[in-house]
Design a protein around this ligand. Structure first.
Ligand code: FAD
Length: 286
């Protein structure tokens, strides 16, 4: 089923994002996570795409694993950089043959080991190019990424919004935001999009705050900011990770409650393949 249809039919719900495991233990942990979170009746589940080395294959395998759970609607992510059009077409053919109807279309980040990576030499230079290609292919409902605090490479929120609009005009059906920890950034994005006449659903992307040092690592490569008060509060418990996690999870619960209070009906979670933290949050916001 297409995610746009699901979002129309169910005006309340959560979706879960997983990443492809690298080891046998990781695979077991993903299976456990999926089984534990299935009972929350997700709107859909998604699997991130790794561009480097064997990561593409791992994404495909993980997607196939998710498809075994018949009641789940599965959306693979796909990043365009480093791929040729024929490779993307083959992958879309394969996904379509497995009954997949939704794709998260992304540009991707430059490979870490390639200094001075030249995007302009890519067949898919921007997320926009992949959206256009998938739209032309037909059949798929297309999700794209949007950035409440602006994408790290853009000089202003206005420029960011202009490029976002291009992706949507080219055929994106819904969007999921980059993680944010201050809801005013999300509300601001919705307001800017609204003023620009953008009406597609924009799901807020929530990363549970657990280990502040790890989250700081994640956000160092994007423009997401962590509010000082919560960063400082969590850092006081560097030597007591359980207490730090409790503070962080309480913060995330309040963040979700505020989103719901302000009209967000569908929340998207970056689960990090960790069921326990997710269960605490989901039970608290039901
Ligand atoms: P784009 O929309 O192409 O934007 C990239 C930059 O180019 C922006 O600064 C934009 O403003 C600028 N730009 C866009 N169009 C133009 C134009 N015409 N001219 C000039 N500049 C332009 N990465 C992965 O590798 N795998 C994943 O599975 C994955 N999943 C993600 C899920 C979510 C919800 C989010 C928010 C991000 C995800 N990412 C993933 C990260 C993503 O690949 C990076 O953020 C990447 O740097 C940008 O991807 P994009 O599709 O948003 O790019």
């Amino acid at each position: 089923m297409k995610i746009t249809e699901i979002l129309k039919q169910r005006d309340k719900g959560v979706s879960f994002e997983f990443f492809p495991p690298k080891t046998e233990a990781g695979k077991r942990s993903l299976e456990t996570t999926v089984k534990a979170l299935k009972k929350y009746n997700p709107l859909y589940v998604s699997m991130t795409y790794g561009a480097a080395g064997g990561a593409q294959q791992r994404t495909k395998e993980a997607v196939i694993m998710l498809l075994k759970e018949k009641e789940l609607v599965v959306m693979p992510h796909l990043t365009g950089i480093c791929l040729e059009k024929k490779e993307v077409k083959n992958l879309l053919d394969e996904y379509r043959s497995k009954g997949i109807e939704n794709i998260m279309a992304l540009r991707g980040d430059p490979p870490l080991d390639e200094e001075g990576f030249d995007f302009s030499k890519q067949e898919f230079c921007y997320g926009l190019d992949l959206v256009k290609f998938i739209k032309q292919y037909g059949q798929f409902c297309i999700g794209v990424a949007v950035y409440p605090e602006g994408h790290i490479e853009t000089s202003s929120l206005e420029e960011d919004l202009e490029y976002t609009k291009q992706k949507i005009d080219a055929g994106a059906d819904f969007a999921v935001t980059q993680m944010f920890f201050d809801n005013t950034h999300y509300y601001g994005l919705l307001e800017r999009m609204n003023k620009k006449g953008i009406t597609i659903p924009v799901l807020p992307g929530i990363l549970p705050l657990t280990d502040v040092a790890k989250v700081k690592q994640f956000v160092s490569i994007c423009r997401t900011t962590i509010p000082k008060h919560i960063e400082e509060k969590m850092e006081r418990y560097r030597k007591d990770l359980a207490e730090m996690e409790k503070i962080g999870v309480d913060f995330t619960i309040k963040q979700c409650q505020d989103l719901i209070k302000n009209g967000a009906k569908q929340l998207h979670f970056f689960t990090l393949n960790k069921p326990e933290v997710m269960k605490r949050i989901l039970d608290a916001i039901q």
